[in-house]
Design a protein around this ligand. Structure first.
Ligand code: PGA
Length: 226
């Protein structure tokens, strides 16, 4: 995996949005296209471009990587709310999925029916992808997880800087389904991500840094800007 550095966040996000658009157009003969979506601050610019660059998403199925447990879907910090705010309110998708208490046991089976063509990923400062925290095995499936203190602390900025407001658990797509995506874009924005990104790309493949499993994937583009 080679890290491609971008001069600006906007250019990095525009590139990913365009790649998705090309892939959808290229697959115009197939009945559907499947996008794996991420939340967090990093992919917001990609969604902004997807909205403003105007293209048809009506045959696109989406699978989000994760969702907090014990937050109602219309809570402003739920990931469903996030997607509505940044993308779904503006773009019509065929069907959108989130891992929840009701469906997480079937999530991997659902994904196998509509395999993910492109997966967007962020990376946590502890090396997590989705909520696959350090220690997650390579063959992990979609499941309910306990969030680490590092992640709770990092995400508390969205909860009025109060760690007690951050949910302690979440549902996350496992490494197994992420690795099945045909193409992956791993994005990182900011100097605070550089060190972990280098370890994930060039260091040992280890469960201590779940993002390092991506070294075994054949089609990962790693994009960074500071
Ligand atoms: P961020 O989160 O995009 O808000 O930095 C990324 C992540 O934790 O996966």
């Amino acid at each position: 995996m080679n890290i491609k550095e971008y001069k600006s966040y906007d250019k990095m996000c525009k590139h990913v949005s365009e790649q998705i658009k090309y892939a959808i157009n290229f697959n115009f003969m197939s009945e559907y296209f499947t996008l794996g979506l991420a939340t967090g601050s990093t992919p917001i610019g990609v969604y902004t471009h997807m909205v403003t660059d105007g293209w048809d998403t009506s045959k696109v199925y989406t699978y989000n990587l994760d969702e907090y447990a014990d937050l109602p879907y219309n809570h402003p910090q739920s990931y469903e709310y996030f997607m509505e705010e940044h993308l779904f309110a503006y773009k019509q998708f065929r069907k959108s999925h989130f891992p929840t208490e009701a469906n997480y046991r079937n999530y991997d089976i659902m994904i196998r029916r509509f395999p993910i063509d492109i997966q967007i990923l962020g990376i946590g400062t502890n090396g997590h992808i989705a909520f696959n925290e350090p220690g997650t095995p390579r063959d992990s499936l979609t499941r309910k997880v306990k969030l680490t203190q590092n992640t709770i602390q990092y995400n508390s900025r969205f909860f009025g800087d109060d760690v007690n407001e951050v949910p302690t658990h979440a549902y996350t797509m496992g490494i197994e389904s992420i690795m099945r995506a045909k193409q992956i874009y791993l994005l990182a924005n900011g100097k605070h991500k550089k060190d972990i990104l280098e370890k994930a790309c060039y260091g040992d493949i280890t469960s201590d840094i779940p993002a390092s499993y991506l070294q075994e994937h054949k089609a990962v583009d790693v994009l960074y800007c500071d």
